[in-house]
Ligand binder design. Structure first.
Ligand code: SF4
Ligand code: SF4
Length: 364
């Protein structure tokens, strides 16, 4: 089957329309957003009276300014800072991590945590890897930690668990949501169980979806079908890759290196048990402990969001990027004001990439 077959798409759309519902659905994945905008799926959704919102689905966007400041400080103190490509351009007070190079700091872009380890093996200097990502990337970081990395290698763990953020979002109740589309990659690791807890608590239908246009249309159809039948359960549309129990091996590696801790998310504040703290056994590689003294100066400091930036509301699905007055005018991928315009999984970047400077249709 072709996952872009327009005849099947039309059929699914007409089935959703037949149910005659008016729905607001949120998904929490940057790649889902890319598929939706690139293929104009939200226009199709609007035709079936389905309003689609993106929630906290980009790991770079939800990382708050303070964690970037920690990385910045460590680079300034002489560590080699290794980061993923998008991370280096996120604006923080006084510039970005990339701008630090102008001050003589050694900030390098790596494609994987293994690359960061290679850097550590090639030098006597301390190397810090700024580990950003959800359950998808955390097992790789964990695997490095449990396999005796070089002594001069440190992880600044900015990893986060997705389910506690969904819990926080639903408990805030800012938006009345009729259903959630759960992220495909994260779900390959965690399986269905963590979502079932949320559905039991909030009685909200959830569907795990793949990344093709038909996957997302089917996910909406499945949510609509649940609501029509008066059901609320977790369904798996992405059976090609997601198993009920998830990836046990990856989970066990992740759980052997990390334990939950309370951590702040951009746009949310502190979410209980949503952060991944490096376990005691591997604390020799925990940048926050190894450089505790250096980081002390910012421990209790608050860092502000960029002036005028509305990323916090974009991340909570409260506004669309085009509703930010800076979108496409002051804030562009070349001169980003907030992380949502930098990250390839950020809502603002995706809207800009496909040239959508204004909302193309009325979603009210
Ligand atoms: S890591 Fe994968 S599942 Fe998570 S937000 Fe990014 S694309 Fe989506
Ligand atoms: S357009 Fe720019 S300033 Fe506005 S929310 Fe998006 S990233 Fe932030």
């Amino acid at each position: 089957m072709k996952f872009t077959d327009s005849r099947i798409a039309d059929l699914i759309v007409s089935r959703i329309r037949e149910m005659g519902l008016n729905l607001r659905v949120m998904h929490v994945c940057g790649t889902h957003q890319d598929t939706i905008v690139k293929n104009g799926l939200d226009v199709l959704f609007a035709r079936c009276n389905v309003e689609m919102r993106q929630g906290p689905g980009c790991p770079v966007c939800v990382t708050p300014p303070k964690e970037f400041e920690e990385a910045k400080l460590l680079a300034k103190k002489g560590c080699i800072l290794t980061v993923f490509g998008d991370v280096v351009r996120v604006p923080i007070e006084g510039g970005s991590l990339a701008d630090l190079r102008g001050e003589g700091c050694d900030v390098r872009v790596v494609y994987s945590v293994e690359d960061a380890v290679k850097v550590a093996k090639s030098t006597n200097k301390n190397v810090v890897f700024m580990a950003i990502g959800f359950e998808t990337t955390a097992p790789s970081t964990a695997s490095v930690l449990i396999n005796e990395p070089p002594e001069n290698f440190y992880v600044l763990s900015c990893h986060r668990y997705v389910p506690p953020a969904l819990d926080a979002l639903l408990s805030m109740g800012e938006l009345k949501l009729d259903g959630l589309i759960d992220p495909g990659h994260v779900s390959t690791i965690i399986g269905l169980k963590p979502y079932e807890v949320l559905t039991a608590k909030y009685r909200i239908p959830q569907v795990i979806a793949g990344f093709e246009p038909l996957d997302l249309l089917m996910a909406v159809f499945m949510i609509a079908r649940q609501l029509s039948n008066g059901e609320a359960k977790v369904e798996n549309e992405y059976t090609r890759l997601v198993r009920y129990e998830g990836n046990q091996k990856a989970l066990s590696i992740m759980n052997s290196a990390f334990e939950p801790c309370d951590v702040a998310w951009r746009g949310f504040g502190v979410i209980k048990n949503s952060g991944m703290k490096i376990k005691k056994e591997f604390q020799g590689h925990d940048a926050r402990l190894a450089f505790e003294d250096e980081l002390k100066v910012i421990r209790d400091k608050e860092f502000k969001e960029p002036v005028g930036c509305r990323c916090s509301e974009v991340i909570r699905g409260l506004i669309y990027p085009q509703e930010c007055p800076l979108f496409g005018k002051v804030c562009t991928p070349n001169r980003p004001i907030g992380p949502c315009m930098v990250s390839i999984e950020g809502s603002c970047n995706i809207e800009y990439k496909y040239g959508r400077l204004s909302l193309r249709f009325n979603r009210s």
